[in-house]
Design a protein around this ligand. Structure first.
Ligand code: ATP
Ligand code: MG
Length: 577
């Protein structure tokens, strides 16, 4: 490719609205352009990156035995109504109407469509297991589209679906996908951590996410992993053990105490001289329109996803001040479970272990002391709804400490069980001649998000540093001064030599200042640069430099092609190790 003929609209400045460095760089380096919120054009260099990632994904999926198909983007609403997700998916589901006012869905995931596809045709256990996948544009009306390609409203995804006859066989299918995922991300130059995750709107039993660990804001997910065993989970799933033995005091008689204007945990604990772990925080939520009281120990934080899952609701929000006052009869800060009626009371497990605790009295400026859960108030549901904590004890090995990190979720795998096959009536005839619903799994890789995750991970102050396997091209050749005939000729000689060798190369043949060309070259981030300039040429040498590394390698123009190949092979090997 010649730079002068390629559309690479680099910018002088970072785009004002971009927050993440990867978003800034992809825009500045001329890879992407925003059309509107969460929707992007992929320019020539970006398209090359996406094709590289897509190829890796396709190769590894095919190698695992999965078969590629392509399903429609537009779905009839009926399918989503049958699975129940027409309601559950909420506003993220992109809906539209056709000319006959029939509801349609712009697909954000394809469990319904694939289940409908195989239903009635995949009939015998002999046809199982089967794994079908596609690589396609997806639509989701994200509440906060942001960070460029990281969270778009239109994005590219690989989605795969497995159908198995029994749990045993499903485990094998699931493991094959897990293995393929590790290989896919490794080949993209990205080390990933597999963490247990919440199943969310997808439903089903269990799920895992593949995270690229970063230390920037781009890591939208907080994960915890054990420093001694292989336990790793995202914040919505992670638990940590609290081995602090709660002293079991003898229960005393409950009393009301005057706590004027003491609303926060700090104010109340200081005033009463009790530690925060003796307090019961009472948080009033609105779950699908109904008020709920959630109880948690005063020194812990509630995790709203855990709460939402435990309640099985679709919408969850903190109740407004007025509703709280109406329910408890008191200002926020004085709520408590004793005598509270007309709401569901859901408590974190640790609350049940408290003796002689402190709670709000449902009366302004009063708290209750010596409150004993179970005796002084009843709980409708007891479950883990607290956030895990850095430094907490690992729930698996019970020895290690939890470490917190930030991750970009580039892929995930769901154990769906029979949720969709049952809902849509997709069954097969098993060995025992009985009709059974398929056991399903679903598996996603965010193609566009993976591309940006690589930039978030690999860059410096000058620009992107692509892993060789997903770099749009491999070599950029810079004749420092195109007006200089010798420089121009040598540069083109190397360029043609590389093209003959099927190498992916771009020559910066623009009549621009050297500085501009070097800056642009650093910005777009190809692994190898060959500089053909005055000084090096006097010594009959051209200069090779690896993006992101300081050292320069000099060789003759005749050696340049071979030398470049060797360097690129070595860079590729480093990824494959
Ligand atoms: P998240 O928790 O980040 O919203 P998700 O659980 O909704 O992700 P899935 O439905 O499992 O994601 O989609 C599979 C993969 O698609 C994700 O792992 C991610 O890499 C990618 N992905 C999901 N939503 C988006 C989006 N809005 N923009 C870009 N990529 C996305
Ligand atoms: Mg999502």
């Amino acid at each position: 490719m010649k730079w002068s003929e390629t559309y690479i609209p680099t910018l002088r400045e970072f785009p004002a609205e971009a927050e993440l460095i990867s978003h800034k760089l992809l825009t500045k380096a001329g890879y992407i352009r925003k059309l509107t919120s969460g929707i992007y054009n992929y320019l020539p260099l970006m398209q090359l990156v996406l094709l590289k990632i897509t190829n890796i994904v396709r190769e590894e999926m095919n190698r695992s035995g999965a078969q590629e198909i392509l399903m429609p983007v537009l779905h009839p609403a009926e399918l989503w109504q049958k699975s129940g997700r027409w309601e559950v998916y909420g506003k993220e589901l992109m809906r539209m109407k056709d000319r006959h006012q029939r509801d349609l869905v712009l697909g954000g995931t394809h469990e319904e469509v694939i289940t409908d596809l195989i239903k009635g045709e995949l009939r015998s256990y002999r046809q199982l297991p089967i794994n079908l996948y596609q690589i396609q544009t997806k639509f989701r009306d994200e509440i906060r589209p942001r960070f460029g390609l990281m969270r778009g409203r239109e994005f590219m995804m690989k989605d795969a679906y497995t159908f198995d006859a029994d749990e045993e066989s499903f485990k094998v299918s699931y493991q094959k996908m897990v293995d393929a995922y590790f290989e896919i991300f490794k080949r993209c130059g990205l080390e990933t951590k597999m963490v247990e995750s919440d199943t969310g709107a997808m439903g089903g039993k269990d799920a895992h996410e593949f995270m690229v660990i970063v230390d920037t804001e781009g890591g939208e997910n907080v994960i915890f992993y054990c420093d001694q065993c292989d336990y790793a989970a995202n914040i919505d799933k992670a638990t940590s053990l609290d081995l602090k033995n709660q002293k079991k005091d003898t229960p005393k008689k409950m009393e009301k105490v005057h706590t004027p204007n003491k609303k926060t945990i700090e104010e109340v604990t200081q005033f009463l001289g009790e530690p925060p772990e003796k307090l019961v925080k009472t948080l009033i939520y609105k779950a699908d329109g109904n008020l709920v009281a959630a109880l948690i120990r005063g020194d812990k934080e509630i995790n709203e996803i855990k709460l939402k899952n435990a309640l099985g609701c679709v919408e969850l929000e903190m109740a407004d001040f007025e509703s709280i006052k109406k329910l408890t009869g008191a200002e926020v800060g004085f709520s408590g479970p004793v005598g509270l009626s007309g709401v569901k009371i859901i408590a974190d497990e640790q609350v049940t272990e408290l003796t002689n605790a402190v709670t709000g009295a449902n009366q302004d400026d009063y708290h209750l002391v010596n409150v004993n859960p179970g005796k002084d108030f009843k709980m409708d549901q007891v479950v883990d709804i607290k956030s895990a904590e850095e430094g907490g004890v690992c729930p698996r090995c019970k020895k290690g400490k939890l470490v917190a990190a930030r991750g970009i979720e580039v892929g995930n795998t769901f154990m769906l069980g029979t949720k969709y096959s049952k809902a849509l009536g997709a069954t097969f005839i098993d060995k025992d001649r009985k009709e059974k619903p398929f056991i399903m799994g679903s598996y996603g890789v965010g193609i566009t998000r993976t591309a940006q995750a690589a930039v978030e991970k690999f860059h410096d102050e000058k620009g992107i540093i692509w892993p060789v396997s997903i770099s749009p091209l491999h070599v950029s050749i810079i004749p420092v001064n195109v007006q200089n005939q010798t420089q121009r000729e040598v540069a083109f000689e190397i360029y043609e030599g590389m093209r003959k060798n099927k190498m992916e190369v771009i020559i910066d043949d623009r009549d621009e200042r050297a500085g501009v060309k070097f800056n642009d070259s650093d910005l777009i981030g190809l692994p190898l640069r060959i500089t053909v300039g005055e000084r090096t040429f006097k010594e009959k040498k051209v200069e090779l430099s690896i993006r992101g590394k300081k050292e320069r390698i000099f060789c003759s123009k005749e050696e340049a092609v071979k030398m470049s190949k060797n360097i690129l092979d070595k860079l590729q090997d480093d990824i494959s190790l």
